[in-house]
Design a protein around this ligand. Structure first.
Ligand code: TMP
Ligand code: ASP
Length: 236
């Protein structure tokens, strides 16, 4: 499948149209941003690692009956995907308190939540992706109540699959962000699932093994990403 015109360039990926009107190619970049573009940098080979991890996790989810936009991994940095009408809602699932949950509500970092928290954020960089509830989303016209219910239950199902998978890899799935899109009357999981969009802590040491190493200048960013890739893909 050949790329035609570039549809979009985001902070971590480019999306290209293809000769097939129904398929796009996601190309993963090494560029890294944090705090809505206030911090900029690059993580060597991140695009390769995130593409590999995302393809593996989308395949795993498909095996569990959860539909995603993945068609196939095309190359080191390219994923062939179904074209989605992206829903402008970022769905965050949290198992352990960290990040903005700690800041906003005063949880101690590391508190294991009694049940997962699902949050909706408006996908709008100009507004800094504000937290919103269902009424906001409906009023803004970004999704219907029925769609939001699907996003929530889909996110919970994805969490159940991923939590078990990562536990086997000796990683705690602390929290993560998902994006969904509409495709021929279906809602499919889109975007990526990677150390850019998840928090992973080592099961034994609680060491942070995700983008927080970049956000907070903890060092060892590349090593953490490739260790997650090694565990996810079981590379020796
Ligand atoms: P938060 O604690 O900063 O709200 O982040 C929750 C999770 O969502 C964390 O795993 C990182 C991920 N995330 C993104 O993928 N993109 C974003 O723009 C933000 C703010 C968070
Ligand atoms: N990806 C977002 C940004 O570029 C936020 C983050 O992941 O911290 O700013």
């Amino acid at each position: 499948m050949k790329k035609t015109t570039q549809l979009y360039e985001g902070k971590a990926k480019k999306v290209f149209l293809t000769e097939s009107g129904d398929l796009v190619i996601q190309e993963f970049k090494d560029d890294a941003t944090a705090f809505n573009n206030k911090k900029k940098g690059s993580i060597a080979d991140k695009g390769i690692v995130n593409n590999a991890i995302s393809c593996k996790l989308f395949t795993l989810l498909e095996e569990h009956g959860i539909r995603t936009h993945l068609v196939e991994k095309l190359s080191e940095r390219e994923m062939l995907c179904r074209f989605l009408d992206i829903i402008k809602v970022e769905v965050v699932v949290r198992n352990i308190a960290a990040g903005s949950l700690v800041k906003r509500y005063g949880f101690a970092e590391g508190t294991v939540l009694q049940q997962p928290i699902v949050e909706f954020y408006l996908k709008d960089d100009d507004l800094d992706d504000p937290l919103m509830n269902e009424s906001h989303a409906v009023a803004l016209g970004v999704a219907t109540l029925d769609e939001l219910a699907v996003l929530k239950s889909r996110a919970e199902a994805i969490n159940a699959v991923l939590k078990t998978f990562f536990a086997e890899k000796k990683l705690k799935l602390v929290d993560f962000k998902l994006e969904f899109g509409r495709h021929h009357n279906e809602i499919l999981l889109g975007d990526e699932i990677s150390p850019d969009t998840c928090r992973f802590w080592d099961l034994d040491t609680n060491e942070k093994m995700d983008k927080d190493r970049f956000r907070f200048d903890l060092g060892g960013v590349e090593d953490a990403y490739s260790e997650v890739q090694r565990r996810v893909l079981e590379i020796d």
